[in-house]
Design a protein around this ligand. Structure first.
Ligand code: ATP
Length: 140
């Protein structure tokens, strides 16, 4: 059986995570509060559902309480990111990954017990600097 991953928030980051997981053979349930992201991803994910992930009963109905891998990719609304992450943790999901949009956001996600906190801009920035550094050395 394919690995099953729930991706909550289908903005640029969540969409990219979800599509890459699909391409590597995982089953992906995508959840977003917006109609457009869900319509855009409908045919590209195993399932795409329009729902508010800050509501516990909604997450239970979608089986998120049974999931092993969950990614919270909500950024702009730190409140929605924290509420959703806290609910997912309360289900005892063993692997929760969450995106942080600032140092403070990342710190709180870590404090509430999120297993993997990701800072996409910071991490890509570092990666680009290392790639650039390697090229600079080629010319020394
Ligand atoms: P990105 O940079 O990845 O595009 P962002 O940092 O701008 O995203 P948002 O736009 O806030 O972050 O969130 C990403 C997605 O999460 C959006 O498509 C948004 O509709 C969705 N989202 C926001 N709140 C909720 C919620 N309560 N439940 C489900 N999805 C949500």
């Amino acid at each position: 059986m394919a690995d099953h991953v729930v991706v909550i928030g289908l903005g640029r980051f969540g969409e990219s995570v979800a599509l890459e997981l699909m391409a590597t053979g995982a089953d992906v349930l995508g959840i977003d509060i917006g109609e457009d992201p869900v319509a855009r991803m409908n045919a590209r994910l195993t399932h795409a559902v329009q729902a508010d992930a800050t509501r516990e009963e909604v997450l239970r109905q979608l089986g998120v309480d049974e999931a092993e891998y969950v990614v919270v990719a909500i950024g702009d609304s730190i409140e929605a990111s924290l509420l959703t992450s806290s609910l997912v943790l309360s289900f005892g999901v063993p692997q929760l990954w969450a995106k942080a949009v600032s140092d403070a956001h990342g710190r709180i996600l870590e404090q509430i017990g999120v297993h993997h906190v990701v800072h996409p801009e910071r991490e890509i920035g570092r990666r680009v600097a290392h790639l650039l550094r390697a090229r600079l050395q080629d010319y020394i």
